[in-house]
Design a protein around this ligand. Sequence first.
Ligand SMILES: [Zn+2]
Length: 166
Amino acid sequence: MAVEPSSPDSHADPSDQTDSDLHWMSYALELAEKAGVAGEVPVAAVIVRGGEVVSEAHNRTVTDADPTAHAEVVAIRAAAAAQGDWRLLDTTLYVTLEPCAMCAGAIVLARVPRVVYATADPKAGMAGSLENLLQDDRLNHRCDVTSGVLAERSSTMLRDFFRARR
Ligand SMILES: [Zn+2]
């Protein structure tokens, strides 16, 4: 078996990324930018079904004084409330940063079929970095996961945000 040469471009686009993934991640990144302006860590999530937004949110932990008010959790709650059903069937959840343990747990509980995230979070990411709760065979739900969509834009935004606060 031939050894595959490593990619010369470490920021190559993920192979399963679609045009609509780029569209919605770009949309989420604009929302994340607003979070940063509001003094929140610039992370946002958008839940999409059939090409339409079901819900969208950015981090609100500072604004709401709520440690659980991460973008994904706020968006999941809003989507479930809007449809009157806790199962978010046929949706894709876009988020600009790899989900943490709490958010990955909420995504599994909500039965979200597909998750697309931008940049990895080596310190808290539970969708491939530290663990992969979204694709654990022992749990009763597994998601399709695409990572690295517009990752560079998201990581630059986060880096600039934390640098400006120092
Ligand atoms: Zn989280």
